[in-house]
Ligand binder design. Structure first.
Ligand SMILES: NC(=O)c1ccc[n+]([C@@H]2O[C@H](COP(=O)([O-])OP(=O)(O)OC[C@H]3O[C@@H](n4cnc5c(N)ncnc54)[C@H](OP(=O)(O)O)[C@@H]3O)[C@@H](O)[C@H]2O)c1
Length: 428
């Protein structure tokens, strides 16, 4: 039998599920792949914690370094999360010539370039299918299947918590705070949801997607991110009236000024494939001249879907381990210019509270004109002495849009810029 010894760093939601699958589905995996995958060591933080794992005595340890150095461990799975100590442990394993499978987007976004170089020096694989989109196969399609395509854009709903919250706000008119509470009750959101609702979690995934799609390493510092905390049920309603739904998107684009990666809420036309992605589901939409458009959708988190992605990587790396060959990286990165965010073309939906008197619309329009931003459409609703203006601009560089917004905020006739959200549509 082709036996490969596995060491797991972490036995929580993903690691625990993976261990149970490796034990209970051992025969089925062996029948399908010809591999005898053996869990040799499992490192955890708290040895005393009760765990429902069917493992022989002596397998679970708190000695993570000992696990990596154990000659019986031929392949390391990192599912402990965070950068420290996960980063140094992964590096140690790679330097020892052991392939590593990780689900850790935070680590790959922060140190991926360094770790991939270490894997290349040792001629072993570093695989991270579960780091973006949980159970959705997306890393392998981007870095291998689509390696021959000149991709132009990748857009993803890569954070289930925020998509769940926005879906509740859209479908039931639920207020943001109540939708967040529901997400927490259902276990979709962490007790501290900052990384999800503020966009940082999606930013790490955007950095990875952009790097793989365009073959140039995009660091986390190069990803501009905004979250959904300012989104109101009012704008979701107005957006629907205008034919849009509001989504939090990770966008990686090959622009004329270079590669751009960003995360922010957008108004998306109702007929866009990503507009139909509801609840905690994740989806990644890929565009290129030859493949046209591809949509990958499915469960973006959860022990079982994520463990399936990790297991696929384990099987892939185990085959290479048995073949004993030096492994070349799945994808190579070369330096390429990154676009300045101010130069990225964006278009905007803007909701203004203005004085309801003649000449206001002309004054606001002039403000946009002076910033060299043209207006695509305007709707006005009057209420007593106040009016609501809904403006959608044409596409213009982000910096010009920001100049227009700054000028409009200063106008006497403008009581408030109540909302400003980017629009993602094919129209100019
Ligand atoms: N959960 C998901 O749905 C999901 C989806 C996609 C990707 N991921 C990624 O998968 C990774 C694991 O997530 P998870 O949800 O499984 O996390 P988790 O439930 O918190 O489990 C973490 C595990 O790592 C162990 N651990 C943490 N720090 C350690 C240390 N310093 N030394 C030794 N062991 C340590 C913990 O030990 P104890 O058990 O003793 O506490 C625990 O077993 C993360 O990178 C996450 O981003 C998760």
């Amino acid at each position: 039998m082709n036996t490969v010894g596995i060491g797991l760093l972490g036995a929580g939601t993903v690691g625990g599920t993976l261990i149970r699958r490796l034990v209970t589905e051992h025969a089925a995996i062996a029948a399908k792949t010809g591999l005898d995958l053996q869990v040799r060591r499992v490192a955890v933080r708290d040895f005393a914690k009760k765990r429902d794992l069917d493992l022989p005595d002596g397998v679970v340890t708190t000695d993570a370094i000992g696990l990596i150095d154990d000659p019986q461990v031929e392949l390391v799975v990192e599912v402990m999360g965070g950068q420290d100590p996960a980063g140094d442990l992964v590096l140690r394993a790679l330097e020892a010539g052991k392939p590593v499978v990780t689900a850790n987007k935070e680590l790959i976004a922060a140190r991926g370039s360094e770790l991939i170089a270490a894997a290349e020096r040792s001629g072993v694989a570093l695989l991270f299918e579960a780091a973006v989109g949980g159970g959705i196969p997306i890393i392998r399609p981007l870095s291998e299947t689509l390696a021959g395509e000149r991709l132009t854009r990748v857009m993803g709903i890569v954070n289930g918590t925020t998509n769940f919250i926005l879906t509740r706000m859209t479908e039931d008119g639920t207020a943001y705070a109540d939708a967040l509470e529901q997400a927490q009750e259902l276990g979709y959101a962490e007790p501290d949801p900052t990384a999800d609702v503020g966009g940082a979690d999606a930013a790490a995934k955007a950095a990875i997607l952009a790097s793989l799609a365009f073959g140039t390493w995009v660091g986390l510092d190069n990803v501009r991110h905004e979250g959904i905390t300012e989104i109101t049920a009012t704008d979701i309603r107005y957006a629907a009236d205008l034919g849009y739904v509001i989504k939090l998107l990770a966008i990686a684009e090959d622009t004329v000024n270079g590669v751009s990666a960003r995360v922010h809420p957008v108004l998306l036309p109702l007929d866009h494939p990503l507009a139909a992605i509801r609840g905690a589901t994740n989806a990644i939409f890929i565009e290129g001249p030859a493949i046209d458009q591809l949509l990958f959708a499915g469960p973006g988190a959860g022990g079982d879907p994520t463990a399936t992605a990790v297991l696929g990587d384990v099987i892939d790396a185990a085959r290479e381990t048995l073949a004993g060959a030096q492994v070349a990286p799945r994808i190579r990165f070369s330096p390429s210019p990154l676009a300045d965010f101010g130069a990225v073309p964006t278009k905007w939906y803007i909701r203004l509270e203005v004085a309801d008197r003649p000449g206001v619309l002309a004054q606001v329009a002039a403000g946009f004109g002076e910033a060299d931003v043209s207006i695509k459409s305007v709707w006005q609703e009057g209420t007593d002495n106040e009016a609501t203006l809904l403006i959608v601009t044409h596409r213009a560089p982000e910096a010009r849009q920001q100049n227009a917004l700054a000028a409009i905020r200063q106008m006497d006739c403008v009581n408030a810029v109540a909302a400003a959200i980017r629009v993602e549509s094919e129209e100019p």
